[in-house]
Design a binder for this molecule. Structure first.
Ligand code: HEM
Length: 264
């Protein structure tokens, strides 16, 4: 033991980060164990860890934006975007697997699928894709704690709800049962007079980048799916690539895209 130190076990790297537990979580189901199943599990688990971090950051952003702390919120949003870049890159690692290597263990997964990722749905809901809540409730119908998490997420403000609150605080008229027209009018002013609303303008552009990266991840995931399984159905029971193609049009912040059409 180092002089003056507390027992090493109490503060070692392995103890603090629970490395033994973490490294014990990659359990291959194939028999005999297939080499690439390890990569498949690790890439999924790493995604889930980053999803956890993204939810943590996105919740902080919603709180900051809601109370008008636009610059700190934008800084945290930059972190979220860097995490998205990491996730998009990870798909390329999984794409080094060949379709035949994947087929060697694919049957063991069924009926598990990324479709059932609860954190992914929570992230969608927090990002404004409220329709994903209905899908998630249906997919997790038999899992009460999962349903409770989705319902709690649906009850809390989305990132766009938080922006609405911030815009109201700055004197914009965003109200009523349908905030969309007021939101769009406010965004039009912000984009036309960016110099006078520069912090809000930068936040909005950061939100657009986040939305764009969300779609890029979907696109890269779809490409990977087509490379691995072609037009076969998914293990989660959808049509596979055809289902995923339908999700490419999902937009977290539609007014932030619409405002560009209005400018002229
Ligand atoms: C060989 C690699 C992969 C293949 C072949 C694959 C295949 C699929 C398919 C076919 C679907 C449609 C649902 C279904 O299963 O019927 C799907 C959905 C999904 N997958 Fe993957 N996937 C792969 C890797 C990943 C990874 C690494 C993640 C990271 C968490 C992931 C996350 C998701 C998510 C979140 C969905 C739901 C998308 C949505 O509903 O918008 N997938 N995947």
């Amino acid at each position: 033991m180092i002089a003056g130190d507390t027992p090493r076990k109490a503060r070692s790297y392995a103890h603090y980060l629970k490395i033994d537990e973490l490294l014990g979580l990659q359990e291959r189901l194939s028999e005999p164990a297939r080499h690439d199943e390890m990569l498949f599990i690790v890439v999924h688990q790493v995604h889930e860890l980053w999803f956890k971090q993204m939810l943590h950051e996105a919740e902080a952003i919603a709180r900051l934006v809601e109370r008008g702390d636009v610059r700190p919120a934008t800084r945290v949003f930059r972190r979220l975007i860097e995490i998205q870049r990491v996730l998009i890159q990870q798909i390329a690692v999984l794409e080094t697997m060949t379709p035949v290597d994947f087929l060697e263990f694919r049957a063991h997964l069924e009926p598990a699928s990324g479709l059932q990722s609860l954190q992914f749905r929570e992230l969608e809901i927090l990002s404004g894709l409220r329709d994903s809540g209905a899908l998630a409730l249906e997919l997790h119908a038999a899992d009460e704690p999962a349903r409770a998490r989705i319902e709690a997420r649906l009850a809390r403000p989305s990132l766009m709800d938080a922006l609405d609150a911030c815009l109201r605080g700055r004197g914009f008229d965003v109200g009523g049962d349908d905030p969309s027209p007021g939101r769009l009018a406010a965004l039009e002013t912000i984009y036309r007079e960016a110099a006078g609303h520069y912090d809000l303008y930068l936040l909005c552009e950061t939100m657009v980048e986040y939305d764009e990266n969300f779609r890029l991840w979907r696109y890269h995931h779809l490409q990977m799916v087509e490379r691995m399984i072609g037009r076969k159905p998914g293990t989660g029971g959808t049509e596979g690539a055809a289902y995923l193609t339908g999700t490419l049009a999902k937009t977290c912040f539609p007014e932030l895209w619409e405002v560009r059409t209005r400018l002229g």
